[in-house]
Design a protein around this ligand. Structure first.
Ligand code: KIV
Length: 271
């Protein structure tokens, strides 16, 4: 098992190699410079500028409202911060589903204007032409199957997908299709662990799971969720490594108190 050196930029090809060398892939989301810098310095392999920025950064209920311009803004900040990680950017809802030329134009804008290294699209056979056109233009594409949040109004809930045989079979076929089309990796969101294992064994590209069990080739979490900033969001798949909600509200409460009672600033904190 090879250890990929911290200083060397991770590429789409590196992730493929990691699957074949049985080295697990770590991915986290980031949307801003400050946190992306810490995430990159901590040795994560890939940073996803997810359209979950719509929820986490802007407070929307779904990922649907975020625009291409807003995604480019977040991606620019993350790219400026990262030295090592592969930076992957979500194509937002409405920028790739209608036709493949629009999809390519959206992907090209992200790559040109942000300097990111790859894009991610949600879906399988319905967006086959778009994926093909983007890959043919030389842009690495990460797929995303299972619970695809841009389709939430079709699903109706955020519950686990593909528990039934028919949907599981479709997912297996679409995973193979994305592999055949030339995607370099595949996110599997909220599907049974046994199905994720089957997909992982079947396809040649790495699977990166979120709520898809331990057999995936890698894992991804939303940074603010794993840091405990979004403290009311506690799905079963989430491991919370910190409780930053309590840490930050505690610090801010103390600051307010210090300002109110004249304890801040003290003599050493002024000129
Ligand atoms: O937008 C996002 O954060 C994602 C991950 C949940 C995979 O797509």
């Amino acid at each position: 098992m090879s250890i990929h050196k911290k200083s060397k930029r991770v590429t789409a090809e590196t992730l493929r190699t990691m699957k074949h060398e049985n080295e697990k892939i770590s991915m986290l989301t980031a949307y801003d410079y400050t946190l992306a810098k810490m995430v990159d310095a901590s040795g994560v392999d890939a940073i996803l500028v997810g359209d979950s920025a719509s929820n986490v950064m802007a407070g929307h209920e779904t990922t649907l409202p975020i625009t291409l311009e807003q995604m480019i803004y977040h991606a620019q900040s993350v790219v400026r911060a990262s030295e090592r990680a592969l930076v992957v950017v979500d194509l937002p809802f409405g920028t790739y589903q209608s036709d493949s030329q629009k999809a390519l134009d959206s992907a090209v804008r992200i790559m040109k204007e942000s300097g990111a290294h790859a894009v991610k699209l949600e879906g399988g056979k319905n967006i086959k032409k778009s994926i093909k056109k983007i890959i043919n233009a030389g842009i690495p594409v990460m797929g995303h199957l299972g619970l695809t949040p841009q389709s939430i109004y079709q699903f109706g809930t955020y519950k686990v997908r593909a528990k039934e045989e028919e949907e599981a079979q479709t997912l297996l076929e679409e995973a193979q299709l994305l592999d055949d089309l030339g995607c370099f990796a595949l996110v599997l969101e909220k599907i049974p662990a046994a199905l994720a294992k089957q997909v992982t064994q079947k396809i040649s590209i790495p699977t990166i799971g979120i709520g898809a069990g331990a057999e995936c080739d890698g894992q991804v979490l939303v940074l603010q969720d794993m840091l405990g900033m979004t403290h009311e969001f506690k799905p079963r798949f989430l491991r919370q490594y910190l409780n930053l909600y309590d840490e930050i509200t505690g610090a801010v409460t103390q600051y307010v108190k210090d300002v109110k009672d004249g304890g801040f600033p003290n003599k050493n904190e002024q000129y």
